[in-house]
Design a protein around this ligand. Structure first.
Ligand code: BJW
Ligand code: ZN
Length: 254
């Protein structure tokens, strides 16, 4: 066995031990957790849509200038998502919730795959791809049409509908954000999974926990801005490493 493989196993074993001993756990997830279900991430390879970067589409300015194009991007994403199912990483998080008394899943993802996997204690920071909100009357409702026709869609009051997600420059729900930061401040272990850790305020969450003395474990294919300060930073797929860590913590290590 090579040295790398040995230290990888050690890191997984260490993570399992910390998870088993933790009283209060928070998992922060990003697009990487859904990548193994076939959903494109925002940054890096495969993040482009019609040669445009997601950051140029996920803004209120882009929507105001060209709602049809932004809606076409969301319509395309909804059609990709509709054919996807949760992967072992999502299932491991649902299992973790069942195993821990104090657990919160804080997600930046809007795809709904955590709920589909059975997670319930979810705080959704960036909204929901399957909800729409009226620009005129403010009504928000679930909308699972794929495709949506016509684009952009309109409310019964005549106002234009937008995706009920949080774009750059927009405020996150104050209530959800407070609950997420409270949970992070109480946690003794924070798992940071499949996120590039560049988008705020989500990226501040593990840092708050660190300041309060929590352990932080990151799982990502690549190093991120958090890697240098995390107690453990594992390089690999969440769908492979997380089930193994959860199994070691609760399923009895071999
Ligand atoms: C794998 C893997 C596998 C792949 N296994 N890993 C403080 C400092 C600087 C700037 C700001 C700040 N506070 C606020 C800002 C401004 C801004 C911001 O953060 N900008 C930075 C980018 C510089 N933030 C905001 O505007 C937020 N609003 C706000 O703070 O309001 C108050 C305010 C306003 C203005 C000024 C100051 C304060 C709102 C942010 C909303 C983000 N919205 C989006 C779109 C959501 C809707 C949609 O889905 O369409 O959220 S943008 C996009 O990025 C999306 C994601 O949730 C978010 C994070 O991305 P994520 O999940 O990390 O994905 P990727 O693609 O970046 O990374 C995937 C990772 O997975 C990679 O690392 C891979 O390696 C890895 N990976 N496969 C493990 N199998
Ligand atoms: Zn309306």
């Amino acid at each position: 066995m090579s040295h790398t493989r040995t230290s990888e196993l050690n890191a997984v074993a260490q993570a399992g031990e910390w998870l088993a001993g933790a009283q209060s756990v928070v998992a922060l997830t990003g697009a990487g957790v859904s990548a193994e279900s076939g959903l494109p991430t925002f940054r890096g390879a495969g993040g482009l849509w019609r040669n445009r970067r997601p950051e140029t589409l996920a803004t209120p300015e882009a929507f105001a200038a060209d709602p049809k194009t932004v809606w076409e991007w969301y319509d395309w994403r909804r059609s990709v998502h509709a054919g996807c199912s949760p992967n072992p990483g999502h299932h491991a998080l649902a299992e973790l919730e069942r195993a821990k008394l104090e657990f919160w899943l804080v997600t930046q993802n809007v795809d709904g795959l955590h709920e589909q996997a059975g997670s319930r204690r979810i705080l959704k920071l960036h909204g929901d791809l399957w909800k729409v909100r009226c620009l005129t009357c403010g009504r928000e409702e679930r909308d699972t049409r794929v495709p949506i026709d016509p684009l952009p869609p309109y409310c019964s009051c005549g106002g234009m509908l937008r995706p009920a997600v949080v774009w750059f420059g927009e405020s996150l729900s104050e209530e959800t954000l407070r609950a997420a930061f409270d949970a992070a401040a109480r946690a003794d272990l924070v798992l940071v999974l499949g996120t590039s850790s560049v988008v705020y305020p989500a990226a501040a969450l593990p840092r708050v926990a660190l300041e309060r003395g929590a352990r932080v474990i990151e799982i990502n294919l690549e190093p991120t801005e958090l890697s240098g300060v995390a107690h453990l930073s594992l390089r690999g797929k969440t769908g492979e490493l997380l089930p193994e860590i959860v199994r070691r913590a609760f399923g009895g290590a071999p």
